[in-house]
Design a protein around this ligand. Structure first.
Ligand code: NAP
Length: 302
């Protein structure tokens, strides 16, 4: 074992957690993975990870605990069960996108059990996660960074340090700001395409119109392509998860005295798309929320 090799307990083998666990193994770390639905973690065994039955088994004696679950509440629930099995002084890298209050609660749980807490959400989706090219936004004590740096290097191309106090959630604050942009762009993409369809405008005419100018963006083409080519499965970022994030953003704004109308409307669009049967599709499927009067017939595809 070299001094950069770590034993990492990964909790959560969803879209992101699986990819991150795989890259940790590839980087030479010893990886134990737990997932509520064990079958989703099983393929990681072929990569060299040990798939375990309980979260406690995954964190026992780990140098680093990595949580990549659905939301802050889920992390709190899972870690409350598992934390007493962890080693005092181990690092906890909390990468789930959680609300600001949740980050405080998770940091308090870490403190209670002698874990060194890193608020460490990630920017980037399925493909960058698979390529180990995420951007890690991280806040936590400078003193323990050597312990977590090899983990960040395995999952990401870049680490952006935002502060030394994980409990203050400076990394999650930056993540929520970035996601408000992502969600607004996703909503705008879906609405522009829905309007084009309703008005009989060829989407290509719209793309040609803005091509090469300041209104053009790669993200529009990426998300519009998923809708127009009906490639919404498997998702990079599911509608249901995007709704959760939109609501976290609205709550963070409310808590800090700003109204975020686009995020609030986006949350409703994600909820409507989910109700129409698109919850597990890529968040680009919020497009279908524009056609919700057709719910009884089932939504039209693009
Ligand atoms: P995902 O594929 O839906 O994975 C969610 C994970 O949470 C799964 O392991 C799931 O277990 C687990 N989970 C959900 N509810 C649970 C519960 N009550 N108890 C225990 N485990 C539970 O989602 P993802 O896309 O990987 O996202 C994971 C986190 O990363 C989210 O916070 C998301 O906002 C954030 N994120 C996602 C992206 C992206 O592009 N996908 C990018 C950056 C950040 P099961 O398999 O048993 O359901």
């Amino acid at each position: 074992m070299t001094d950069t090799s770590r034993t990492v307990g990964v909790l959560g083998a969803g879209i992101m957690g699986s990819a991150m666990a795989r890259n940790l193994v590839r980087a030479g770390h010893t990886v134990r993975v737990w997932n509520r639905t064990r079958a989703k973690a099983e393929p990681l065994a072929a990569d060299g990870a040990r798939v375990v039955d309980t979260a406690a088994e995954a964190v026992r004696d780990a140098d680093v605990v990595l949580t990549m679950l659905y939301d802050g509440g889920t992390v709190l629930e899972v870690m409350r069960e598992a934390v007493s099995a962890s080693r005092r002084g181990a690092a906890w890298v909390q990468s789930t996108t959680a609300g600001l209050e949740s980050v405080g609660e998770l940091a308090a749980l870490a403190r209670e059990h002698g874990l060194v807490f890193y608020d460490a959400p990630v920017l980037g989706t399925k493909q960058p996660a698979e390529a180990g090219q995420l951007t890690v936004l991280a806040a936590g004590p400078a003193e323990g960074r050597d312990a977590v740096a090899p983990v960040f290097d395995a999952i990401g191309a870049r680490t952006v340090w935002t502060g030394e106090d994980g409990a203050a959630a400076s990394a999650t604050r930056l993540k929520l700001v970035a996601n408000s942009w992502v969600i607004a762009a996703t909503t705008a993409t879906g609405e522009s395409l829905a309007l084009a369809k309703a008005l009989g405008v060829d989407p290509q005419g719209f793309f040609d119109l803005i091509s090469g100018g300041p209104l053009d963006m790669g993200y529009l083409h990426a998300k519009a392509g998923l809708i127009l080519d009906d490639r919404l499965l498997p998702p990079s970022f599911a509608v249901a998860t995007a709704e959760k994030d939109a609501r976290l953003i609205v709550q963070a704004g409310e808590r800090h005295g700003v109204r975020l109308d686009v995020a609030a409307a986006s949350a409703e669009r994600f909820a409507r798309a989910a109700a129409l049967g698109h919850a597990d599709e890529d968040m680009a499927a919020a497009y279908f929320a524009s056609f919700d009067d057709k719910a009884t017939e089932g939504p039209d595809r693009a």
